[in-house]
Design a binder for this molecule. Structure first.
Ligand code: ATR
Length: 287
């Protein structure tokens, strides 16, 4: 890759930032799509976010990815925010159009497109149980509710947080969401009607790979089980689901799809999902 005076830059804004896999997959996407672009991680302390965004928007920066802790704060520096991101209440992708900043959220859409791609089916009329009620859960639950899921059950360790999220979802999509705790009896009451289970917590992530967010006794044939955790590639949650005859969708697939959606927003071109997936898989194997 030759970096010259025409190279357009995308910056990942976060703090801290060193753990991110996005530079690897986005630079691969630039290369494979033959776009003269460069993706770099920029460590930005919260107190400097406004100055950084304002300054870089006046350069030829193509845009940004935004990660923890800036996904909500960034919104006040943007000129426009797309509807999905507004509903989620957070932005992870910004396009710079000659100094005008437009915000998007590709987390939920990335999950949905990876789900469709892997299962060869849609989310319409599916009953979904989502484990966790943090930022990832918000993005996924609101996007799935907006794309035809018939029921969203938020299952969280802290029931108050599950209730707060379901109240917000129900304000937008009346009657669709239900909050439950992670007690066995509450899960047992709903599990038979569930079609899809999604883990959005960090439980099972390296180095704590022996733990799982859901007891395997709840798995049955016919369920689709998805994890947003991508390190390890096959979490204990997914291995046990697979052993029980469920279809599974890996977190790495969601990561790649949300990255590909962002790439298309910045460049107008499709990213090579296979190349992005392969380079990350290789990188994770070495890590
Ligand atoms: P993110 O923005 O990545 O979704 P987050 O906002 O920190 O992350 O949310 C993490 C979610 O994982 C929360 O739902 C959290 O549950 P609590 O609301 O009870 O804190 C859940 N979580 C994290 N560690 C967990 C654990 N060990 N067991 C169960 N749930 C856990």
């Amino acid at each position: 890759m030759i970096i010259n005076s025409s190279t357009r830059i995308v910056g990942l804004l976060g703090y801290p930032i060193s753990h991110s896999y996005s530079p690897i997959m986005q630079n691969e996407a630039f290369e494979k799509a033959d776009v003269n672009g460069l993706y770099i991680a920029l460590e930005v302390k919260p107190e400097f976010l406004g100055e950084v965004v304002k300054g870089l928007s006046k350069t030829g920066f193509l845009g940004f990815n935004v990660t923890v802790p800036h996904k909500v704060e960034i919104m006040k520096y943007l000129d426009e925010i797309d509807e999905n991101a507004q509903l989620i209440g957070a932005v992870n992708t910004v396009k710079n159009i000659d100094g005008k900043l437009v915000g998007y959220n590709t987390d939920g859409r990335g999950f949905l497109s990876s789900f469709i791609n892997k299962t060869k089916g849609g989310i319409e009329d599916k009953k979904v149980m989502i484990l966790g009620s943090g930022g990832a859960s918000r993005a996924v639950s609101i996007t799935l509710a907006g794309n035809g899921a018939s029921k969203i059950i938020i299952c969280n360790r802290t029931i108050e947080k599950a209730k707060t999220l379901t109240e917000e979802i129900n304000r937008i999509f009346p009657g669709i969401a239900l909050a439950i705790s992670q007690q066995d009896d509450e899960i047992r009451d709903v599990i038979q009607e569930v079609d899809v289970i999604i883990n959005t917590t960090s439980v099972g992530m390296h180095p704590n790979i022996e733990v799982t967010p859901l007891n395997k006794k709840f798995f049955r044939k016919g369920l689709t089980v998805c994890d947003v955790v991508y390190n390890p590639l096959k979490t204990r949650f997914l291995i046990e689901a697979n052993d029980a005859g469920c279809s599974t969708v890996e977190g790495l697939s969601m990561l790649v799809h949300q990255g590909a959606e962002a790439f298309e927003i910045w460049t107008g071109k499709k990213a090579s999902l296979d190349n992005m997936y392969n380079i990350l898989q290789e990188y994770l194997a070495k890590a």
